[in-house]
Design a protein around this ligand. Structure first.
Ligand SMILES: [Zn+2]
Length: 325
């Protein structure tokens, strides 16, 4: 077996349904990876599951834990990156103020860093994807929710207690629809895939004429962003209007971020970004209309490049950055 002398890291993408673990080299090459379903039981079961998956990935890569310089974990929700504590995670109800970083570090014998999944993805794009060479940019993931990460002067900005970058919960409409965070009118409550589907269901239940239902087996509960996109591709007027409306709200949030951060680049990832121009054209138009001209002219928009690996590669990037402190 060839001896690996590179400083390798282990990235762990802790999702609500699955856990992805990968051994990654400093160039972002995945040397091995493992996947396991997220256990629904208590927190100790989750820790055991992560450790088992990590050990399988290490074995596959032909190294022991001593061959790692650090472990990075990206999880949805709020965490304290300094202490490695996961405060809350929307998809992991068993995790509340849990010392995830310490528990994994103890199990593997390697220093472990925990951060938000979207922040990790931002750092992944910075090291290995569309953000290479940029110094100040915002990464936004738009799917069922909206998440983000902020890179300032080549580093992930985590804020004073580690929870910065929750762009999805900036208020866009003070009297807007309720958000799962408890606030109302958040960006996520107006411009995400779930907001889009919810608005479509509202319109359909009011009797709007549309082909959207045809793509949802005639069942209003099965209306999703995907079925709306399918209908839009066939020229359905309501589907097109709903996506343009989502783009409009998406653009308002972009304008806010552009004015506040003056980024050189905004990277957009997540399932909804696949809607392309139908969503992004109105978004960019509104962003341009509502932000300072000089500031907006500096911004380049790019699609995220890491795709399904953005979670593990982001977590790996977070481990890499953390060891360089
Ligand atoms: Zn919210």
């Amino acid at each position: 077996m060839p001896k690996n002398t590179e400083p390798l890291v282990l990235g762990i993408d802790l999702g609500g349904t699955k856990i992805l673990t990968a051994v990654v080299n400093p160039q972002g090459k995945i040397l091995s990876q493992d996947y396991c379903p997220t256990p629904a039981q208590d927190y100790p079961a989750l820790v055991q599951c992560i450790l088992k998956s990590a050990n399988r990935a290490l074995k596959q890569a032909g190294i022991g834990a001593s061959g790692l310089t650090a472990v990075g974990i990206g999880a949805a929700g709020l965490s304290d990156p300094e202490k490695g504590i996961l405060f809350t995670s929307p998809h992991l109800p068993q995790c509340r103020d849990v010392p995830l970083g310490d528990d994994i570090a103890q199990g593997l014998g390697v220093k472990t860093y925990v951060t938000n999944d979207a922040s990790a993805a931002a750092l992944g794009e910075f090291y290995f994807g569309a953000g290479r060479g940029a110094h100040n940019f915002i990464y936004i993931t738009i799917s069922t929710g909206i998440g983000g990460g902020i890179i300032i002067d080549d580093r992930l900005y985590t804020g004073s207690s580690g929870t910065a970058g929750e762009v999805g919960h900036m208020t866009i409409d003070a009297n807007g629809p309720p958000c799962r965070c408890g606030n109302k009118g958040c960006w996520e409550a107006l411009a995400s895939g779930s907001a889009l589907a919810k608005e479509a269901r509202r319109k359909i239940s009011q009797g709007a004429q549309t082909a959207i239902l045809d793509y949802a087996d005639g069942n209003i509960d099965k209306v999703t962003a995907e079925t709306i996109q399918q209908a839009a591709e066939r020229g359905d007027a309501l589907a097109e209007e709903l996506i343009a409306r989502t783009g409009y709200y998406f653009g308002i949030g972009l304008a806010n971020l552009i004015n506040i951060f003056n980024p050189e680049l905004i990277i957009i990832g997540g399932g909804l970004s696949n809607m392309g121009d139908r969503l992004l054209k109105p978004a960019f138009r509104v962003a341009e209309e509502r932000s300072f001209r000089q500031t907006c002219q500096k911004v380049r928009f790019a699609r995220a490049e890491l795709g399904a690996n953005s979670g593990v590669l982001g977590a790996a990037a977070y481990a890499l950055q953390s060891t360089k402190k």
